[in-house]
Design a protein around this ligand. Structure first.
Ligand SMILES: [Zn+2]
Length: 327
């Protein structure tokens, strides 16, 4: 376990659970003590092993669940809310998350049904419905079990510019529509969820807006990186991988990788791969079976990104998008 990071009268107690999770090697959450209150930032995954590690970490830092005053969530994904209900069953504390996180954290029935409908139409138009069986099984399971999964506590909505404790709330959509940074400027600490993960490529996951339209996730992700970059930063506390200090270098690296990924997609389309599934197969082969959500998010995300930059165009043929290089 790591030593706490201390500055002025403030501390962060990192909880870095070593686990192979997709391409990542840990699942993280943090206890943030600003001198007067103790905040849990994110809640890890929902497994007995994570819960044990969480309890051991508290003990190691001479803290207990009773000491936690509130919970901040950087976004709604499963791997960031795992222990929240367990904590709430022992102590009712307020939860703060972006306003768009609320229906997602409540596992709202209309939201979940919209999600299923949205992805069904999307995958059909992008010709990859035949690869998505497992994803729909999981989404239907979530809809069925929504009462057990939903966060059982008071959730308070946040938005751009809010100040909470000593942290400024900065909206950084792209990884998810509800992603935020909690930024304590006085010590230069960024709690930024999955926006910038050390050594991990870009990770903008497909999602939809209030009108059930596909969001320009890669464009959003890129401009969110630009919001994080100029912030005076001593430490980055991310949702996975190591905590780190070389923040500018890491973000410059992400910008380069966005350009590289865009070039790869344009090249594949230029080589004659016209439909999404063929592009995915050309770039990732069989790996798509186990990493469907990540790979399809990348392919569709970057196709749309290249379209928005005038490098690729798309045409609907027999209900399916076909792509070609512009010019
Ligand atoms: Zn995550």
């Amino acid at each position: 376990m790591l030593d706490p990071i201390k500055q002025n009268n403030k501390s962060v107690y990192p909880i870095i659970f070593p686990l192979k999770y997709g391409a990542m090697k840990s699942v993280n959450c943090y206890l943030y003590d600003n001198g007067s209150t103790l905040t849990l930032i994110d809640g890890g995954i929902k497994t007995p092993e994570f819960m044990d590690f969480f309890n051991e970490s508290l003990k190691h830092y001479r803290l207990s669940i009773e000491d936690i005053d509130q919970i901040f969530l950087t976004h709604h994904h499963d791997d960031h809310i795992g222990v929240v209900n367990t904590i709430l069953s022992k102590k009712q504390v307020p939860i703060y998350a972006h306003k768009k996180a609320i229906p997602r954290l409540r596992f709202d029935k209309v939201y979940l049904q919209n999600k299923i409908d949205f992805f069904k139409d999307l995958y059909e138009e992008y010709g990859c419905l035949h690869l998505s069986e497992k994803r729909f099984e999981k989404m239907n399971q979530t809809l069925k079990n929504r009462n057990e999964l939903k966060i059982r506590g008071d959730i308070y909505p946040l938005q751009e510019g809010d100040m909470i404790e000593d942290c400024k709330v900065i909206e950084v959509p792209g990884h998810s529509p509800d992603s935020v940074i909690f930024y304590d400027e006085s010590v230069g600490w960024q709690f930024l969820g999955d926006l910038v993960l050390e050594n991990i490529s870009t990770n903008a996951l497909l999602d939809f807006d209030d009108n059930l339209q596909l969001l320009p996730t890669v464009t959003q992700y890129e401009s969110s990186l630009s919001k994080s970059l100029p912030l005076y930063t001593n430490w980055v506390f991310a949702g996975h991988e190591n905590i780190f200090q070389h923040h500018e270098k890491e973000i410059e690296n992400k910008f380069e990788r966005i350009k590289k990924k865009e070039s790869r997609i344009i090249e594949a389309v230029g080589n004659g791969y016209q439909v999404t599934a063929d592009i995915a197969e050309a770039l990732y082969g069989k790996r798509i079976e186990n990493l469907f959500v990540f790979i399809i998010s990348e392919i569709i995300g970057y196709l749309e990104y290249a379209i928005s930059r005038g490098k690729i165009e798309k045409r609907m043929i027999n209900g399916q998008w076909h792509f070609s290089v512009t010019g």
